[in-house]
Design a protein around this ligand. Structure first.
Ligand code: NAD
Ligand code: ZN
Length: 604
């Protein structure tokens, strides 16, 4: 049984944080299942989000009904009416739970003294005094037969005689109970030692039960803090590197694209062969076009087609995607023939996400991460009306969810068809043109200067970079040429990051956006403006462009942040491990510390 509380006090939402493309809790579930030591594995949770996540991934979950003080209470409620001998409690935040440790705990019930044992648990030797004196690390002392004498957050025993040899043990949160012991625990009220130390297993000792400890050498990683998460992501990466299959990405590209000034009018012909009987096309259109009747008339709705105006005022959200999907499914019994997104990066991402969520259960938030989408999306078409993000060509759709800002990155995300008509970008206001255009420029800079770069990415990145220079620096091309070129720069910039990654500006801009709602393009500019240290020549170039186009970059955006907001911003930025690795290499953490990030944010 894996008890899983959503709101852990020290690191809220930690079980749903991304660990190598899957939430921590799913990793833990899979690890427990893969040991093949158990007849059944369940997650017991108070949270719909966790429940759905486990079910979507083909696991078994139980909702606990009552509010519980501890994980043991939670699993006791779940097993009360189950016919079981031994129940093992695996911590939800131990994604690297190994077979060995679990086996050692279970083995205890095969020993000579098995009938004396109420429960078994695990410990590992520690030597570092920092860890021994850390109250987050629970120590345990044992008698000759390995029965626990006491658990404490204090260093036990106290080393009065510095020369006496003694081993220190850290308690690991894995328990195996006889069912009766677990049910006793559930019924018996908490006593004073447990209350003051906040250590569950003290309750057993306080009621005179026997806890036998097994020793393990496997350390594992518990996810207690955002730093632990970074550590865990690294461990996983190392494991994954050894499997050849992950070495080279095999990603899809947009299979059909039409380009040219005025090509938008070809849309009805493009869509016709995709139309299914009684199944509408749904047009998701940026509401900036709401009053532009001559443009809307060109869309040519047929039969039961539907047009929904959507505001790009805010960054797209998973809840917004869920809402649109609900609106569509409640109006139409047949699945749409297709979803057509018309607008900027915001509309591109919403269209991609809606097309995925029409064929996949649950909430869009369940699919934030890498390769979590199960079913092919409905046919979807992207028609950008502003250039720069590369969202029209990318394999992701970036969404703000309840706990993270992260893309739905999958083989089903890219559009089936893209219509590139430079005419459509004619009405874009100057500032916005610049901000979104700079997203492209920054994609190129981060990809070309990153450690992941290869010839594939470089060939696209260099082309897009040169086009950006032509448009924003040299300014020698006509407006019409410039629109066409920026559209292609966006495309190439998007392709460039397909095989590499973005870097410092994007990681930090995600933090701004999550905490302050800053929009992506402008957020990138605010950040990039202060990154001389990382991209010296390109930041100089950027500043020239800002000046020559008379753009005002907002200042002091972080000046009035509370400490909590600043911490969150830093957490979000640091959680984007692949971006940092690309930007600064494997040892990025020694360069980008929390202090350093804070300093940088305060400059913005
Ligand atoms: P946007 O879609 O947010 O639009 C910006 C503004 O321009 C809006 O007010 C919009 O109404 C307006 N606009 C769009 N087209 C216009 C036109 N033709 N005339 C007048 N006004 C017009 O801006 P964006 O910069 O294109 O997109 C930003 C979004 O893209 C962010 O949410 C970001 O996360 C996302 N993004 C996604 C990817 C990806 O690969 N999926 C990559 C980069 C950015
Ligand atoms: Zn971007």
């Amino acid at each position: 049984m894996i008890p899983a509380r959503y709101g852990a006090s020290r690191f809220p939402g930690k079980l749903m944080q991304d660990l190598g493309g899957k939430p921590v809790i799913v990793r833990t579930y899979e690890a427990a299942k893969n040991t093949q030591l158990f007849d059944e594995v369940y997650v017991v949770t108070d949270s719909d989000v966790i429940f759905n996540e486990i079910e979507i991934n083909g696991g078994k979950a139980i909702m606990s009904i009552k509010a519980h003080e501890s994980g043991s209470d939670r699993i006791a409620e779940a097993v009360e009416n189950m016919d079981v001998d031994i129940v093992v409690n695996v911590q939800g935040d131990e994604p690297f739970t190994s077979k060995k440790g679990l086996q050692e705990v279970l083995e205890v019930f095969n020993g000579d003294d098995a009938d004396k044992i109420d429960l078994a648990s695990l410990m590992t030797e520690i030597e570092d005094w920092k860890e021994i004196s850390d109250p987050n690390c629970v120590k345990v002392i044992i008698d000759q037969d390995n029965f626990a004498l006491y658990f404490s957050r204090s260093p036990i025993p106290y080393p009065r005689d510095k020369n006496a040899t003694v081993n220190y043990y850290k308690h690991k949160g894995i328990y195996a109970f006889r069912k009766e012991a677990l049910m006793d625990f559930y019924r018996l009220p908490m006593q004073s030692l447990e209350a003051v130390e906040k250590i569950e297993c003290l309750r057993y000792l306080e009621y005179g039960k026997k806890i036998k400890m097994a020793v393990t050498k496997t350390q594992g990683v518990e996810i207690d803090t955002p730093e632990d998460l970074v550590e865990a992501n690294k461990m996983l990466k190392k494991e994954q590197k050894s499997t050849v299959n992950n070495k080279f990405k095999n990603f899809p590209m947009v299979p059909k694209v039409v380009f040219g000034s005025g090509c938008f009018d070809q849309l009805p012909d493009i869509l016709a062969p995709q139309r299914q009987k009684n199944a509408p096309f749904i047009f998701l259109v940026d509401d900036v076009f709401k009053n532009d009747t001559s443009f809307i008339d060109r869309i040519k709705l047929r039969f039961n087609d539907k047009l929904i105006f959507i505001s790009a005022e805010e960054e797209p959200k998973t809840s917004q995607v869920d809402q649109i999907v609900k609106e569509i499914t409640s109006e139409f019994t047949k699945k749409p023939s297709g979803i057509i997104g018309i607008g900027g990066g915001t509309l591109m991402d919403i269209a991609k996400a809606v097309s995925i969520m029409l064929t996949n259960q649950g909430s869009a938030a369940d699919y934030q991460g890498w390769d979590l989408v199960k079913n092919k999306a409905v046919y979807h078409v992207g028609i950008p009306t502003i250039s720069g993000t590369g969202a029209e060509v990318s394999r992701t759709t970036v969404l703000s969810g309840p706990i993270r800002k992260l893309g739905i990155n999958s083989d089903y995300t890219p559009f089936d068809q893209v219509v590139l008509d430079p005419q459509l970008t004619k009405g874009v206001p100057k500032n916005q043109w610049f901000y979104t255009g700079m997203d492209c420029f920054i994609h190129c800079v981060e990809s070309l200067n990153g450690t992941f770069i290869n010839a594939f990415s470089q060939s696209y990145g260099e082309k897009a970079y040169d086009l950006c220079k032509e448009i924003f620096v040299d300014q020698t091309v006509s407006d019409e040429e410039s629109r066409a070129k920026l559209m292609m720069a966006s495309w190439h910039g998007g392709m460039s990051i397909a095989y590499s990654q973005v870097g410092v500006a994007h990681a930090m801009s995600y933090g701004l956006s999550y905490v302050l709602g800053t929009k992506h393009g402008i957020g990138n500019c605010i950040v990039f403006n202060q990154l001389e240290e990382f991209y010296p020549k390109d930041v100089v170039l950027f500043k020239e462009m800002v000046k020559s186009h008379k753009i005002e970059i907002p200042k002091d955006v972080c000046a009035n942040l509370t400490e909590k907001q600043m911490d969150k911003m830093i957490d979000i930025a640091l959680s984007l491990v692949p971006l940092w690795e690309n930007a600064l290499g494997e040892k990025w953490e020694s360069i980008m510390t929390r202090t350093k990030l804070k300093e940088l944010y305060l400059k913005m």
